[in-house]
Design a protein around this ligand. Sequence first.
Ligand SMILES: NC(=O)c1ccc[n+]([C@@H]2O[C@H](COP(=O)([O-])OP(=O)(O)OC[C@H]3O[C@@H](n4cnc5c(N)ncnc54)[C@H](OP(=O)(O)O)[C@@H]3O)[C@@H](O)[C@H]2O)c1
Length: 249
Amino acid sequence: MKMTGNTILITGGTSGIGLGLALRLHEAGNKVIVAGRRKELLDEITAEHPGIDALVLDVADPDSIARARETVAASHPGLNVLVNNAGIQLLENLLDPAGLQAAEDHVTVNLLGTIRMTYAFLPLLVGNDDAVVMNVTSALAFVPLPITPTYNATKAALHSFSESLRIQLASADAGVQVIEVVPPAVRTTLLGQQDNEQSMPLDDFLTETLDLLREKPDAKELVVERARFIRDAVATGSYDDVLAMISRS
Ligand SMILES: NC(=O)c1ccc[n+]([C@@H]2O[C@H](COP(=O)([O-])OP(=O)(O)OC[C@H]3O[C@@H](n4cnc5c(N)ncnc54)[C@H](OP(=O)(O)O)[C@@H]3O)[C@@H](O)[C@H]2O)c1
């Protein structure tokens, strides 16, 4: 992925990692469109950062995705980067029937939302130069945090989906790069860890991630140092130890 001159749509761009990426990529000389459900935050972002555009989007709603596709096709026909970042993470007790709603919501937003966005926007990306689909998964795709079981499962599924997507697009010579971002715990409000000293400061995460991309523009995965031991737990034979450690956290 080139670092400048892109037209980039970022889902979940109203806060946390998505907003952080949006601001960094905007500063770096890209056209950025932030998307999310919270219209008041979108208005604040566009007012504070002239040049950033905004789009109301609920990735859980197929009609909202279809409307977003039509809007972007008309307003930004040069769109060449889709960042699938929108996500939720909720605690889930598998012995409590009330947990089922949270489980279904994760699948709808994190997994189906990303799949629907990919189907909707790929036709816009294919044919534009330097096209990229960037999927934000999680280190928890590789070793689960047992208190958020369906969250981990959706991220593992998104890792798998990203792998197939990359191969299919390459086989079809579609000219679309697929990059998976694999964050460790980062200080955002996702699961209330914004002040948690154990989580990585958001600015540090953004700097290291974008440095990795700058160093390796053809990267398949962007894995910061803090996430590496989880990402590689199977390969290094430390899976059981890492799972035990994460289970205690
Ligand atoms: N922070 C971490 O520790 C961490 C670790 C690994 C992976 N990640 C991943 O990083 C991504 C961003 O998370 P974050 O930490 O930045 O959390 P965050 O600050 O809570 O951001 C989540 C974003 O997703 C958007 N979103 C949620 N549901 C949506 C929906 N139905 N439609 C459209 N947008 C929706 C939210 O926007 P609206 O509410 O305005 O719609 C918000 O902008 C997520 O995919 C998360 O799984 C985070």
